[in-house]
Write a protein that binds this ligand. Structure first.
Ligand SMILES: *[C@@H]1O[C@H](CO)[C@@H](O)[C@H](O)[C@H]1NC(C)=O
Ligand SMILES: *[C@@H]1O[C@H](CO)[C@@H](O)[C@H](O)[C@H]1NC(C)=O
Ligand SMILES: *[C@@H]1O[C@H](CO)[C@@H](O)[C@H](O)[C@H]1NC(C)=O
Ligand SMILES: *[C@@H]1O[C@H](CO)[C@@H](O)[C@H](O)[C@H]1NC(C)=O
Ligand SMILES: *[C@@H]1O[C@H](CO)[C@@H](O)[C@H](O)[C@H]1NC(C)=O
Ligand SMILES: *[C@@H]1O[C@H](CO)[C@@H](O)[C@H](O)[C@H]1NC(C)=O
Ligand SMILES: *[C@@H]1O[C@H](CO)[C@@H](O)[C@H](O)[C@H]1NC(C)=O
Ligand SMILES: *[C@@H]1O[C@H](CO)[C@@H](O)[C@H](O)[C@H]1NC(C)=O
Ligand SMILES: *[C@@H]1O[C@H](CO)[C@@H](O)[C@H](O)[C@H]1NC(C)=O
Ligand SMILES: *[C@@H]1O[C@H](CO)[C@@H](O)[C@H](O)[C@H]1NC(C)=O
Ligand SMILES: *[C@@H]1O[C@H](CO)[C@@H](O)[C@H](O)[C@H]1NC(C)=O
Ligand SMILES: *[C@@H]1O[C@H](CO)[C@@H](O)[C@H](O)[C@H]1NC(C)=O
Length: 723
């Protein structure tokens, strides 16, 4: 009960007396404040709930419903005006009887688990102004209202994050003449955006339709929306050209239409001078960024990634001095960046130009964006050396320069050590044929967690300075020409869980210190989150954090000699173990059977001898297995996980025998009875294997051979399919 409402409104010269009076009256006769019909309507709601979140305790018949939890009554006649039951764990359906609360202004049932439909009586209520049923499990469509229905007062309708389907009813739309906010995002609505959304609702300011299945064009009729501030319809199937009329909605502050099939150019964008957010990523836009972008003086977020835009960036981009994020990745932009004066973008925090065709040197003015935290210039044609001014970027945490033609690795590392906040450094596919610096003076980097200097054909050794990176989690030095042994300090990197040294010329034995790597022994993960999503070479995956990567030890294609250590069985967290194409000898240790998380095991192309250990059948998640081209002998298992792999997993071992190989095992070795039994089990194992294999192969396809290049992106279709 809120008697002060009344005293506030009364303007009475003696508010205290009035307050006391109201209190007295409502105490003396509770029923006088809540009509029988209101009480019964609310009790109908309660009756429709299968879980009431404890409402029963206060919602008792015979008591004043204005005192019930979640109910507010206002006005001199004490009518129920607010029903606020958000986040109460309610289950069941929404009673149409709520429509009998003739004074109800606001109904908030958001964040419960309500199911069933949204009663037409509420949408068409002649009193409700704010209706919020978002974050429930409501189903069905929005019913049509006869267009003869008089105008309704509803101003805010939030039905987002439910399971609604069907088309948006046009006649209902027409009677919502007071609508200011409509949020219908994250449902299953189909059909088109209403053709003239503001013809009937001239005050519409927020239209949020993202994450549905809407199709058709962006309606030209939007041009009537003179109050529209926010238009979001991303992650739908909208298509067609961006209409010129869209650029006439000059009131727009947030225009967000990502992941659709929209075409056209941004030539009219300069008219939307109030824009703060422009997100048209993941469409099929073409053309360049027009000079007129400079008119968008309030712009903070510019997302045009994954389109087919081209041309140079206009110098006028520097006029958008409030820019915080520029994401242009995966387009065909070209030319020199030096045209843009980044000095006038002091708020810039994220600049992502991945996968374009920019040329020239990295513009010096970038180094004056002192708030920059993430900078990705990967997969362009930048050349030259990094400037030492990058040390100005005190907050730079993510730097990716992969796949350019930068030179002088030694200098690059010397310069970067002064960027103390760096956690992710990806600089592979540069510095071709240079030498890995040995210089111990390359210290700093104390916060580095992910380091990739792969694919540079670097000569030299694994540098000792890496031993001073106590937080390193992922180290990728594959596809170089490094020589020498794996240093013993490797086990002192307490957080390292991903080590790819494949395709080098490393020598020596597989050091026992590798068997002591703490993160490979335990299932612990580190909580770091990437500032920008990192893309895998495969078209499927985008990684938001390192711990999404599997735990990997890849020493393949080197010149390692000696035995595979027994202790390898202690690296229980490993998902992928690749020792292929080395000079390893001796037997496959039984203990590998203890690595029960393994999804990939590749020991091919060595000189391994002896029998295949039966314990390998314990590796139930194994989906890639290769022991070909060794000198193994004896039978290939005919049951269990190992029997599910093709011949090619075993090829090139002349002394192996098995039913699938040319070299059959002696029939005396396998008695008939067990063979029969085995067959049955074999079928089960195969089905099991295929099921798991299928899941895991997808997983592996997506996650293996990580190069941090981002050369291939989800095509539009794949992106859509993924959703
Ligand atoms: C509430 O009480 C009234 C009068 O006592 C009665 O008519 C009505 O049926 C009751 N409602 C419920 C839901 O029990
Ligand atoms: C209350 O609402 C129900 C469901 O909409 C309706 O059938 C009934 O006629 C209404 N009762 C009154 C008294 O308005
Ligand atoms: C409904 O209640 C929730 C939780 O209190 C709140 O976040 C939301 O803003 C409310 N809805 C409206 C339209 O005010
Ligand atoms: C529903 O949308 C309205 C208007 O945008 C907003 O005020 C409200 O907070 C939203 N409800 C929830 C639960 O987020
Ligand atoms: C916009 O940028 C251009 C080129 O950088 C500059 O000459 C012009 O003065 C700027 N205009 C405004 C209004 O800031
Ligand atoms: C770049 O912008 C800064 C600040 O806006 C200005 O001082 C500087 O002269 C500009 N540089 C060029 C080359 O235009
Ligand atoms: C990238 O730029 C280079 C040099 O300007 C040009 O030769 C090449 O055709 C461009 N590639 C694409 C895909 O636009
Ligand atoms: C690389 O940078 C160093 C300074 O760190 C310099 O001494 C050396 O000459 C540079 N090498 C080349 C090839 O430019
Ligand atoms: C690197 O070395 C290889 C082999 O010697 C050579 O073919 C290639 O052109 C070199 N690349 C560069 C950029 O120097
Ligand atoms: C391994 O060593 C042999 C002989 O020392 C050499 O011929 C071969 O190229 C080396 N392989 C690799 C991958 O470095
Ligand atoms: C890690 O292993 C411990 C003990 O083996 C287990 O209790 C825990 O649930 C595991 N954690 C994860 C995230 O798998
Ligand atoms: C590891 O494997 C060996 C051989 O298969 C076995 O004897 C041993 O008990 C296993 N150790 C653990 C900790 O599971």
């Amino acid at each position: 009960m809120q008697p002060h409402h009344c005293s506030n409104r009364s303007g009475s010269p003696v508010p205290f007396l009035r307050l006391a009076l109201v209190l007295l009256i409502s105490l003396a006769s509770p029923a006088s404040s809540c009509t029988e019909q209101e009480r019964s309507s609310l009790l109908q709601l309660l009756a429709g709930l299968s879980r009431d979140g404890g409402l029963k305790a206060s919602w008792r018949n015979g008591t004043d419903c204005c005192t019930w939890e979640g109910i507010t009554c206002s006005g001199p006649s004490r009518t129920v005006t607010d029903v606020s039951l958000a986040s109460r764990g309610l289950e069941g359906s929404i009673s149409p009887f709520l429509g009998n609360l003739t004074g109800l202004l606001r109904l908030n049932l958001s964040r419960n688990s309500l199911s069933g439909g949204l009663p037409l009586e509420l949408v068409s209520s002649s009193s409700i102004i704010v209706l919020d049923v978002s974050f429930n499990r409501l189903t069905g469509g929005l019913s049509e209202l006869p267009s003869s229905t008089p105008a309704r007062p509803l101003q805010v309708l939030n039905i987002s994050s439910n399971l609604f389907t069907g088309r948006f009813p046009t006649s209902t739309w027409e009677v919502m003449k007071s609508l200011v906010v409509l949020n219908a995002s994250t449902n299953g609505f189909t059909g088109q955006i209403p053709t003239t959304p503001c013809a009937s609702a001239p005050s519409l300011a927020v239209l949020e339709l993202s994450f549905n299945e809407l199709s058709g064009n962006i309606p030209p009729g939007l041009s009537n929306c003179s109050m529209l501030k926010l238009l979001r319809a991303g992650y739908n199937n909208l298509s067609g050209t961006l209409p010129d009329e869209l650029f006439k909605v000059t009131s727009l502050e947030h225009l967000s239409l990502p992941s659709n099939w929209l075409e056209g150019s941004l030539s009219g964008i300069g008219k939307l001078t109030n824009l703060v957010t422009l997100d048209l990523g993941g469409n099929e836009l073409s053309g360049n960024i027009p000079e007129s972008i400079g008119e968008l003086k309030r712009l903070e977020e510019l997302h045009l990634e994954h389109n087919s835009m081209s041309g140079e960036l206009p110098s006028t981009l520097s006029n958008c001095t409030h820019l915080v994020t520029i994401d242009l990745k995966s387009n065909q932009f070209s030319g020199e960046l030096t045209k843009v004066n980044f000095t006038s973008l002091p708020n810039l925090q994220n600049l992502d130009l991945l996968y374009n065709n920019f040329t020239g040197t990295i513009p010096e003015s970038i180094y004056s964006c002192s708030r920059l935290t993430a900078l990705r210039l990967s997969e362009n044609n930048f050349h030259g050396q990094l400037s030492e001014k990058i040390g100005n970027l005190k907050f730079l945490s993510f730097l990716s320069l992969v796949g350019n033609s930068l030179t002088n690795l030694t200098r690059t590392l010397q310069i970067l050590r002064s960027t103390r906040s760096l956690t992710t450094l990806l600089i592979g596919f540069n510095f071709m044929n240079e030498t890995m610096p040995e210089d111990d003076s390359i210290d700093g980097f104390e916060n580095l967690q992910v380091l990739s200097i792969s694919d540079c054909s670097l000569s030299g050794k694994i540098p000792d300075c890496l031993s001073k990176l106590p937080n390193l989690e992922m180290l990728l030095l594959h596809n170089n020409q490094l020589t020498g042994p794996i240093p013993d300090w490797i086990s002192s990197l307490n957080f390292l869980f991903y080590l790819d040294l494949s395709n080098n010329s490393l020598t020596g034995e597989i050091s026992s210190s590798l068997m002591d790597m703490p993160m490979l022994k335990s299932n612990k993960t580190a909580p770091k989150v990437f500032e920008l999503p990192v893309y895998d070479r495969s078209p499927f995956m985008q990684y938001l954090m390192p711990s999404a990567f599997p735990k990997v030890l890849n020493l393949g294609t080197n010149n390692f000699t000696g035995l595979i250590p027994e202790k390898i069985g202690e690296l229980k967290a490993l998902s992928s173990l690749n020792l292929s194409s080395n000079q390893l000898s001796g037997e496959i240790p039984e203990t590998i059977g203890n690595l029960t998380n393994l999804q990939l095991l590749d020991l091919s192309g060595n000189h391994l001898t002896g029998a295949i250990p039966g314990a390998l059948n314990n590796l139930h998640f194994l989906s890639k297995f290769n022991i070909s081209s060794n000198d193994l002998e004896g039978p290939i298992p005919t049951v269990g996980q190992l029997s599910t792999f093709p011949n090619s997993s075993y090829d090139g071992n002349p002394k192996l025998c098995g039913p699938m190989l040319v070299n059959q095992c002696g029939s005396a070795e396998t008695p008939l009875i067990t063979q029969k039994r085995r067959k049955k089990k074999g079928v089960f194992a195969l089905a099991f294997g295929v099921f798991f294999g299928g899941v895991a192969i997808l997983f592996l396809l997506a996650r293996l051979f990580v190069m941090f290049r981002g050369t291939s992106f989800m095509t539009k279709k794949e992106e859509q399919q993924q959703r």
